[in-house]
Design a protein around this ligand. Structure first.
Ligand code: SF4
Length: 311
């Protein structure tokens, strides 16, 4: 079996920036030596290894601002937060460090503009995802914004068909699934505006395109794709979907080395390895080492060599 690392993969610019912010702030705390603690609202990025690493360095993760003592420092994650969260932080006199990705910031800008124009808003995104919750929070009235993730949900949107409706998109959606939703929205709402930021971010697009190109280039050989990343990472999950949709005969996601050890990899000619935008490169390297050591009688990993093409 030939094993190939798919490029590009792993940390995007937004995640790299967020992690750098966190490490610099933790360093400050250490140097100041005041015993102060650094809090992070929600997971900084959706990767359990990154979160565990930061916890080990002293970062405290909370799910609500009320858990942060007044006057303490709090880091907002790469996914962005609603304006109400910023107001609450100011009311509690928290020192805010903001790691919101600029691509997410642009979506917030567009939704704020829609709100100022009196438009309703449809977000093509997962309604429970931190990014979509933050973006939706830009609308002053929660009844004026809905999040949908599929064509099937368009008919149930509770807006008048004559209303002005603005569209925004969660940056880590499956880009292949956005166009059909946009088409359905255009058919339902005559006064529809699709803003410039309405699409996946560049990093998401590049990683999704790379997986599709890899699978299409490897076919008709028996091709598999292993996606490294956490279960709650939207872009990681989308990479696995795209591998399947492109024709890979096997695909799986692994968030830990234990996951790798438990993989049931069928006989394959080619295995592509990629990782989500919040998955550290060190995990990819460790995963390759574990895969290389897996000895499976009759399995392709042990029987036919392990030819790694890595950058
Ligand atoms: S996936 Fe895109 S939007 Fe999200 S942090 Fe990375 S660059 Fe920013």
């Amino acid at each position: 079996m030939k094993v190939e690392v798919i490029e590009p993969h792993g940390f995007c610019a937004g995640v790299t920036h967020a992690v750098k912010c966190a490490l610099a702030a933790l360093r400050d705390e250490g140097e100041e030596g005041g015993g102060g603690r650094l809090y992070c609202l929600h997971e900084l990025v959706h990767n359990e290894l990154v979160v565990e690493d930061l916890k080990g360095r002293g970062m405290v993760f909370v799910e609500a601002l009320e858990e942060v003592p007044e006057g303490a420092r709090v880091l907002f994650s790469a996914h962005g937060v609603a304006p109400k969260v910023r107001e609450d932080a100011a009311a509690r006199k928290l020192e805010v460090l903001d790691a919101t990705c600029p691509f997410v910031g642009r979506v917030h800008d567009d939704v704020r503009r829609y709100a100022a124009e009196g438009a309703k808003v449809v977000i093509i995104g997962h309604r429970n995802h931190a990014e979509t919750i933050g973006t939706a929070g830009e609308m002053p009235n929660a009844a004026d914004v809905v999040a949908i993730a599929s064509v099937e949900e368009v008919d149930a949107i509770p807006f008048d068909v004559a209303a002005k409706v603005g569209v925004a998109v969660q940056t880590t959606m499956n880009q292949d699934e956005i166009a059909p939703v946009l088409d359905a929205l255009k058919k339902r709402f005559a006064n529809l505006e699709i803003c410039a930021s309405a699409g996946v971010c560049r990093a998401t697009k590049e990683r999704q395109d790379a997986v599709r190109k890899f699978v299409e280039g490897a076919l008709p050989r028996k091709t598999g794709v292993l996606v490294l990343g956490s279960a709650n990472s939207s872009n990681t999950r989308r990479l696995e979907e795209i591998a399947k949709a492109s024709g890979a005969c096997w695909s799986a996601r692994a968030g830990s080395l234990r996951d790798i050890e438990g993989l049931q990899i069928p006989p394959l000619d080619v295995l592509g390895i990629t990782s989500g935008a919040s998955t550290p490169e060190t995990f990819l390297r460790a995963a390759i080492q574990v895969l290389a050591k897996l000895e499976r009688p009759g399995g392709l990993i042990s029987g036919e060599g392990f030819d790694i093409i890595a950058p």
